[in-house]
Design a protein around this ligand. Structure first.
Ligand SMILES: Cc1cc2nc3c(=O)[nH]c(=O)nc-3n(C[C@H](O)[C@H](O)[C@H](O)COP(=O)(O)OP(=O)(O)OC[C@H]3O[C@@H](n4cnc5c(N)ncnc54)[C@H](O)[C@@H]3O)c2cc1C
Length: 379
């Protein structure tokens, strides 16, 4: 077993770390307060190839592997978990789905602007009545002449108001349920497309999560991705890869919480000594560090399997389950180590505490991860 990163992976990690600490970390508090989508950061990351991480260079991407992807999302999330989330969601879905499932025209037309960060890409599957159960989807796509007419409402879409290319899932065969689901490329300029409510959230506040509403929206027939009825397969297989990104986001949040806890415990003096001398604090730090290491290893293993072309659904679900619970645990313990100061916004710990929670919910809740894991084991 070899746990070492390659020279290229180390170089990528260090380059992104330097960029993230210089350009992203100083913005984190302002982005959280203003809830402003970090467009300028996305554009800069696009120039570095970070908006098309796993896309081959011939389509404008960086041509990197899933391990590099995990390293990049972890470093960005350490600096600002909203930026980490936005980069993860974009990379896992729009350009990746088009590369994996799109035809050559779709690849050439749509991937380069996404991979270069000129367009933000969104993934629109969730609906008010279809969350964990995507098969309960109600959005329809009816073929009329050369267009599909799409009607329906998507909700909780990350970057919804900013996205220019959106992968939309809709039923082309209502009777067939999940097997009647298809995937489409939608541009935000299409007639009948509109952004609905933008939600006021607990954390990752700058990610602009919104409804997307389609009213008799005509989508050219050639924008169908793959074949009619392949949508559910496309959604599930891309979410498997997305979970590596969310697990990495969670590891980044957890590591940041630990780093802040270590620094604070060494400088805060109570009873005449730094609180790092207290066993109660030492045990919290030991437990945080151990859970982070386990989460990181699970995440890298899932990424490694993806890179080799092996099945990795169960491993990605395990990584996301473990890492998201670790992020919530570490944010909580770090806040505890900060005492009353951790409760104050200026220390940046309460932001981690709020941001960590989403990792247990999106791209499948922890309960859904357990379903994926147990169904692989008990099959
Ligand atoms: C900030 C944010 C960003 C998001 N971004 C996107 C996005 O970009 N694109 C997109 O399509 N979606 C997005 N989502 C949606 C997200 O993926 C869903 O919220 C998530 O899948 C859960 O669905 P739900 O909220 O409807 O909860 P529900 O499915 O209603 O679940 C409620 C509770 O029931 C539990 N539960 C449900 N079914 C089962 C079961 N079979 N067994 C055990 N427990 C179960 C759940 O675990 C949960 O605890 C986002 C959500 C948020 C909050």
């Amino acid at each position: 077993m070899n746990f070492d990163l390659t020279k290229q992976q180390v170089l990528i990690r260090d380059t992104v770390k330097e960029f993230a600490q210089r350009e992203v970390a100083p913005m984190a508090d302002e982005l959280d307060r203003s809830e402003r989508f970090p467009l300028e950061i996305i554009e800069k990351l696009g120039k570095l190839g970070m908006m098309g991480i796993m896309i081959p260079t011939e389509y404008g991407g960086a041509g990197l592997d899933a391990i590099s992807y995990a390293l990049i999302i972890e470093e960005l999330s350490k600096a600002d978990s909203t930026t980490g989330a936005l980069v993860s969601v974009h990379n896992s879905f729009a350009p990746y789905i088009l590369f994996k499932w799109g035809n050559e025209d779709q690849r050439r037309n749509y991937i380069p602007p996404l991979a270069k960060g000129e367009r933000y890409g969104a993934f629109a599957a969730t609906e008010p009545n279809a969350g964990s159960d995507l098969g309960a989807m109600q959005t329809t796509a009816v073929l009329e002449g050369d267009s599909y007419i799409i009607n329906g409402t998507k909700t909780f879409i990350s970057g919804g108001p900013r996205a220019r290319t959106i992968i939309v899932f809709a039923l082309t065969d209502r009777e067939a349920g999940a097997r009647g689901m298809s995937a489409f490329i939608v541009e935000n300029t299409y007639k009948g497309f509109r952004v609905g409510s933008v939600f006021d959230k607990m954390g990752i506040k700058a990610s602009e999560t919104s409804e997307l509403i389609f009213e008799d929206m005509a989508v050219p027939r050639e924008n169908l991705i793959g074949k009619p009825g392949e949508g559910f397969k496309i959604a599930l297989s891309s979410i498997d890869g997305g979970r590596i990104g969310i697990a990495s986001q969670a590891v980044g949040i957890a590591q940041r919480a630990l780093d802040k806890a270590i620094a604070r415990s060494k400088e805060r003096v109570q009873f005449g000594k730094p609180i790092s001398n207290l066993q109660a604090i030492q045990w919290m730090i030991a437990e945080m560090a151990t859970r982070i290491e386990a989460s990181r290893l699970l995440t890298r293993r899932a990424a490694f399997l993806k890179d080799t072309g092996a099945k990795f659904s169960m491993e990605a679900a395990m990584a996301k389950l473990m890492a998201s619970e670790t992020a919530v645990f570490c944010a909580d313990r770090s806040l505890q180590i900060h005492g009353g100061y951790g409760y104050m916004r200026e220390y940046g710990i309460e932001r981690l505490y709020r941001d960590a929670k989403i990792t247990e919910i999106y791209e499948g809740t922890s309960e859904v991860q357990k379903l994926v894991i147990s169904s692989s084991i008990l099959r």
